[in-house]
Write a new protein. Structure first.
Length: 100
């Protein structure tokens, strides 16, 4: 069974090849944990995801904050339009996502 390819806001996350491509077609290098976070976001778009759900990634709460900061930077998400923080609760991936 093939793994899904998620499309959001011009971006393409290929979970089989484990690649992220920006709207210009350039690859964006992600760590394994960053990619796993993106998979969680894309599989559950526009839903609040509690912090504890990221615990399965073997990263502590402070580490998750660091990963979110790095992801926002890589996504060019300065205004936090894609990855929103839900104070003391978790995160929310605001972009609509489709599966290719």
């Amino acid at each position: 069974m093939s793994k899904p390819i998620y499309m959001f806001d011009g971006w393409r996350l290929d979970t089989g090849r484990r690649t992220l491509t920006n709207p210009c077609g350039d690859y964006v290098k992600l760590t394994q944990t960053e990619h796993n976070i993106m998979e969680i976001f894309c599989s559950r778009p526009q839903q609040k995801i509690d912090r504890y759900e990221f615990a399965t990634l073997d990263a502590g709460e402070q580490a998750i904050c660091v990963y979110m900061t790095r992801l926002r930077k890589k996504l060019g998400d300065k205004e936090r339009a894609l990855v929103k923080s839900v104070r003391l609760k978790g995160y929310y991936f605001a972009a609509p996502v489709s599966i290719e």
